[in-house]
Design a binder for this molecule. Sequence first.
Ligand code: GLP
Length: 262
Amino acid sequence: MRVVIQKDYNNMCLWAANYIAGRINAHTDSRPFVLGLPTGSSPLGVYAELIRKNKAGEVSFKNVVTFNMDEYLGLPREHEQSYWYFMHSNFFDHIDIPAENVNILNGMNPDPEAECAAYEAKIASFGGIDLFLGGIGVDGHLAFNEPFTSLSSRTGVRALTSDTLIVNSRFFDNDPAKVPAKALSVGVATVTDAKEVLVLISGHNKARALAASVEGGVSQKWTCSALQLHPAAIIACDEPACGELTVDTYKYFLDIERAERL
Ligand code: GLP
């Protein structure tokens, strides 16, 4: 695992956007580059920088196919808090990606289990995901894989915990009762099956989750800890998120990254 420590949120986002653009530009196959994407506040700066790069001609998304991590169950795509709406207003509407290359779980499908099975099959039909960008929740959830979701889980319907309903209520009039109680989400194994996984962890409130991802044992209590089993996982984080790491851990990762640059 690589842990790339940047001094603040902006630098973390610039690093991640550069990494993603570099991977897309290095992809020379005729088959599309398959990119997994998250919602949330963590990736906003990454999306802004990728939009800038796209407009500046530094990266194109014409040969990129995307799969989003999750979507609320029962929210229509036109709802301002749907992840479909979030992704279009914050990213897809501003880049050159063909509309048919965008995949987002449909939270209004009357048969959500069939929706999820078809999503897994569609990912497989593209040969899997090349790079999965992710964020994590305060409790370490990866996509909507709350604590105690199986680390070998696949795309399916998830019940959200009270903690997540409270945290996400900031987008629903600060009323947890207004947050959809369930979501469709890729599984932990759907994420870790990707050839590369890049997870953004920013801010003091994610410090415990970062420590669990890096220093804790692999455990379904912290679904983000599954990254430890991935052969090419990268965590891009900022200084405030490092607050619960031991000094030694912090130094090791700085040493390793310094060596990478030599
Ligand atoms: C939601 C999403 C996750 C996201 C998490 C963290 O629960 N389902 O995919 O990683 O929020 O969001 P933020 O980046 O806003 O802290």
